[in-house]
Design a protein around this ligand. Structure first.
Ligand SMILES: Cc1ncc(C[n+]2csc(CCOP(=O)(O)OP(=O)(O)O)c2C)c(N)n1
Ligand code: SF4
Length: 288
């Protein structure tokens, strides 16, 4: 029997995010989800990139690693392949995952690595003080775009559908209960789960505010006719922008994951395998 309480996931350090930042709610939703799933901190690996949201790995009591900008997914993949009995959660910003890290993002999705990837999508670079990000809206004036963004923004949901992610969702930091549910479903899902999260950055993004999202978001899964196994329906919903912004599970499918397909992983996680009889000398001679 586990005795996991929400406080089990509190670390000794306290977040230094700006007062009112959406990241507080995201962190709360993560802790609530882990508690409800009765996951013990030592069975969770929480890995992050670099950015405001990525600092969360210091403030959640679990195994953790604060890695490099855009490089957290390869670390998460390595951890999962090394010990697939761990629950692996990765978090980073839109600049981290959809900018510099977009190659890793696409390849991890197509490999269907069994982990949850959460993107705190505030449509801006927060940590570096307000430059445009890959999801900033056209026309948005930022420190790096004084005349307004001219590039077409990335559509993370559409990209994930096309890249083979098997659980694709969007949450909103202004609705912790709904976000907690998404996180629980994403963790339970066997395969790569993406949760893109609308996260108000109260300091540098004065357009995509709490009020902006509150007026526009609606819950996809409240509609009994919406089927999450319908790729085409998910694709259509992913195109919605402007005044109506769906949140919830867009798409989910079951597909083989690495530990079911790699013969070396079938018996048990690599870290628990006996290596006493493995002679690494020939390998060392070849490479060293
Ligand atoms: C290789 C590399 N390039 C650039 C940076 C500088 N840098 C740090 S965080 C960041 C962007 C932060 O924005 P985002 O990923 O959206 O996260 P947020 O701070 O908004 O949570 C950048 C460009 C870096 N740390 N490493
Ligand atoms: S800069 Fe923005 S994203 Fe970063 S802590 Fe402050 S409000 Fe949050």
């Amino acid at each position: 029997m586990t005795n996991v309480k929400q406080a089990s996931f509190d670390s000794v350090a306290k977040p230094d995010w700006c007062p009112g930042c959406g990241l507080f709610a995201i962190q709360m939703a993560i802790k609530q989800a882990l508690t409800e799933l009765k996951l013990e901190p030592h069975k969770v690996f929480f890995v992050t990139g670099i950015g405001c949201g990525s600092k969360a790995s210091h403030w959640i009591n679990a195994y953790g690693m604060h890695t490099l900008h855009g490089r957290s997914l390869p670390i998460a993949t390595g951890a999962k392949l090394g010990n697939h009995s761990l629950t692996v959660i990765d978090m980073g910003g839109d600049g981290d995952g959809y900018g510099i890290g977009i190659g890793h993002f696409m390849h991890t999705m197509r490999r269907n690595i069994d982990l949850l990837y959460m993107v705190n999508d505030n449509q801006i670079y927060g940590l570096t003080k307000g430059q445009a990000s890959p999801t900033s809206e056209v026309g948005m004036k930022t420190k790096s775009t004084p005349f307004g963004v001219i590039e077409t923004p990335i559509n993370p949901i559409a990209l994930a559908i096309n890249s083979g992610a098997t659980f694709i969702a969007r949450g909103f930091a202004g609705d912790v209960t709904h976000l907690k549910w998404l996180i629980m479903e994403g963790i339970k899902h066997k395969g790569f789960s993406l949760i893109d999260i609308f996260q108000p950055c109260v300091t540098f993004n004065k357009i995509n505010t709490y009020a902006y999202f509150q007026q526009r978001v609606y819950k996809l899964n409240d509609d009994p006719n919406y089927k999450t196994n319908d790729r085409e329906a998910a694709w259509k919903k992913a195109q919605e922008s402007g005044d109506k912004l769906p949140i919830g599970i867009f798409y989910q499918e079951t597909r083989t994951i690495e530990e079911e397909a790699e013969p070396q992983l079938l018996e048990k996680p690599l870290v628990y395998q006996d290596i006493k009889n493995v002679d690494i000398n020939p390998l060392m001679k070849k490479f060293v």
